[in-house]
Design a protein around this ligand. Sequence first.
Ligand code: PEP
Ligand code: MG
Length: 762
Amino acid sequence: MDERQSHMLLALRQITENVSAQSSLDEAIALLTVSIRKATGADCCSLYLIDGFKKYLKLAATDGLSKNAVGKARLRLGEGLVGSVGQRQELLDLADAPSDPKFKYLPEVGEDEFFSFLGVPIINQGELLGVLVIQSKERKQFGPVEESFLVTLSAQIASIIAVSRSEKDTDTDSLRSYKGEQGTGGIAIARCVVWQPEVQLTDVTLQHTQDPEVQQELFHQIMFQLQTEMDLNALHLSENGKKDAAFGYMSGYGSLLDDTTFQDDVDTEIMANGYTAASAVKTVAERRLSELLSDEDHDRYLDLRDFAEIIISRLMNFTTRAPDLKEDVVLAVRNLPAALVAELRHYKVCGFISMENASNSHTAILARDLGIPSVSGLHFDINTLNGHEVIVDGMNSEVLVDPSESVLSEYRQLVTLGREQEDLFSKEKFKKGVTLDGVRVQIELNAGLSHEEMTDLPEQTDGVGLYRTEISFMLCKSFPNEQQQCDWYKGVLRQFKGLTVTMRTLDVGGDKSLSYLPIEEANPALGWRGVRITIDQPQILKTQLRAMLLAHAEYGNLQIMVPMVSRISEVVTVKKLLMTALKEIEEQTGRQIPCPKFGVMLEVPSVVYLMDEILSMVDFVSIGSNDLMQYLLAVDRGNRKVTRFFEPFHPAVVRCLKYLCDKASEKGVPIAVCGEIAGSPLTALMLLSLGYTELSMNYSELSRVGYTVRRVSIADLRKVGQQALKLCHSEDIRKLYVDYAAPLGLERVVVPAGSKYVPAGD
Ligand code: PEP
Ligand code: MG
């Protein structure tokens, strides 16, 4: 390495360190341009950043061009040398830039004196963020040392810029857009109301009291009041058919309110140490919070912090009561506290923004259950939202603040389109899935909790294709006993009497945890999960199988399915246990009970190569495409950074699905798909084209998929499927199905307006 190269290497490290230490993006990029110019000896260095709509590259910082042009000078993608580097995402090193046909003269930037030009794209996770340029007055190419310096530097600063931009306004116009970590539902547009506890733990200074009895009494009164309000609200949610929301909120906060040791500790701080009630709550809460922090129990940490702040707010005579609002609002919260849930009916909430992102956050549970668009996991000052007009785009996990009239009207159109479509679908919600050429497609429901209040639900489906039993387990404080489980299962079998209900045995581990079965693993997706756990804990599996069989004895419409099977011995073991349980129940009841159909989920790639053996042992199979894709493509299904690689049209996925369908049909074993790809119209078309005729999905997707199925022909789709199997790029395969759907008037159904599809480009 020559001296120049080692000088550059050293500079590279220093620049990256200095830039990442800056507290704002503006400071970081200003420093960046100055440092790069110095290190390379160029006469000018400039950084252009892409705007929120990915149309323009705007001059964001410069050392050498006119400072007045910063934030103003812009080039369309593809326009000029900078636009060309951005569009082609390729480096450009020119000795005489002005003579290049692509050169575009911008009078305001003052680059008349520069000839040489070296531009490199800044790309983060496949997405163009900007273009970095150095220029010099001399007519000479910069050459390989500068090229590799800029390329390396741009790769290193890409993630710094990406993080800062997600936290900061991405557009110098009035619109601010923020990308969240998680989104649910469609689009909401309204004025934003920020709610946060009036007092935060850090605001409370510790004080002593002369009257400990009074403080103690005050504390217990507040606790009682809070408990009553929460119970009332849970009841209110349940009465309105929002059982899941009620459960979600109760499970997090109920345990805190019921925790007598918390109350005992606060009593001790008041009575023994002489603290005021607010100081005592702060002391106890902070002690517990530091334990939770070291346990890395984020969800519980947020619950406890909010809970303590609300008690303190009330103790200090602040009310958490929200104003009665007549108009729709988007509610922004740091984390949604249960006490606010108690107040929700005072609001007309049409959208949620939650700054923090607890994995089982109440905001997400509530929003999903109430069908309200939401975005969570945002990193900026929540107070900047209060009173501002916002767009919550749950589909793209985005929040837009102070949108211009033109942006607003675009989104309003999307809302109207979405509503019109929903009306269109729901008009046909009781129609069966029969294609134009008369092929019957079974459209089934994925469920996890009882939907007994929806009495017409069975008429909208062909049965339950996946009943996730673990959801009920998650809402308990310890393993439910046989009777408790039997009651749940009977409820479901009763509601769907006459239709088949496919119940999955307990599927925990991985991303689904039970508080009473903690599993600490470095790599949970590949760890102790699904059937591996239930085989290792046969008493849990046996109790569940017995409860299912007792329910089946009464209604006769159960199928049992085993998750995460990866080896033949697992099928043998569970089947054996099922037979033992059946015999026991028969002896116990003195009745002969028909054995429920027994099947396994195909979601681990190893079973693809065991199909002959597995098919000879089961009555049916069902593809868990969420996990199958996760393992086949080596893409963590819950990691946002790699979402774009979680690609259902990946040729390997398509070919694998075809193979599984053909194998099962050859042996005459029914095969269904119950992962998310069954519930999206475009991927459902792909499944139909490969031979699948049994699809199971969430409730909100039933009518949309049914609508699609009734407007397509299996014979035509089979031809599309044949073409798809010959292609080797996801985007080409996806396009085949969009092109098939468009002339049938289904384009907006298969590609909903406003969805920002980003292909991985395999
Ligand atoms: C799947 O993996 O596709 C599936 C249906 O199971 P879950 O999403 O519950 O893991
Ligand atoms: Mg799965």
